[in-house]
Design a protein around this ligand. Structure first.
Ligand SMILES: [Zn+2]
Length: 200
């Protein structure tokens, strides 16, 4: 049975604006070199860096039709690198498809990645910025934000943050008026009433 090349969208786009894909086979990563009417030639991503001469051909359904020269002499497969690529794709997809806070999306990505691969992921803060940037790029706005980082005027604090330290970001409704009364908006002080009356 023919082997199947898995495709992962790359960060680069092709000249015609289409998304470029990288191919994955047995944890080796390939980039497209050329394509004809019925075949695509893939070369190892380490072609320059490791002077790797491995190459293979697939049909347009990504079934491997020629793997005679698929030999990686100078380097080993990097399963952790493939895992990191997959984790970053999942992270970007969640950023666009869900409204979860960036901290939760990053936690999920870290949770689903093996310890070895996690060492190759960007730092947590950098990942969170990536989520926000990706949202702005794809949705035109930061669709979600991190509630703990917001400064909320006192008079709007009808929603009380609980479990914010644990990162769950759950909110519960607090009845207006339970908080301090003396800064309540819409209740003018006697001084304000006097000054309004003086102005009239
Ligand atoms: Zn190679």
């Amino acid at each position: 049975m023919a082997q199947q090349l898995d495709l992962i969208p790359s960060t680069r786009k092709r000249k015609n604006g289409e998304i470029a894909y990288k191919g994955i086979l047995n944890c080796f990563i390939y980039v497209e070199e050329k394509r004809s009417a019925d075949k695509i030639t893939w070369v190892c991503e380490e072609k320059r860096k490791s002077l790797c001469g491995a190459r293979l051909q697939t049909n347009l359904s990504m079934q491997v039709v020629n793997a005679q020269r698929n030999v990686h002499r100078n380097h080993i497969a990097e399963s952790s690198k493939v895992e990191v690529m997959e984790a970053m794709i999942a992270l970007k997809r969640r950023a666009v498809e869900t409204q979860e806070p960036s901290s939760k999306i990053v936690n999920t990505a870290l949770h689903c990645t093996s310890a070895v691969a996690t060492a190759h992921l960007p730092l947590t803060d950098s990942l969170r910025r990536k989520v926000c940037r990706h949202r702005v790029a794809e949705l035109g706005e930061a669709a979600s934000f991190d509630i703990p980082s917001m400064v909320i005027p006192h008079r709007f604090k009808y929603y009380q943050q609980i479990n914010s330290a644990a990162g769950h970001g759950c909110s519960s409704l607090v009845t207006p008026g339970q908080g301090d009364q003396h800064e309540e908006a819409g209740t003018p002080t006697q001084g304000q009433i006097n000054s309004v009356q003086a102005a009239v």
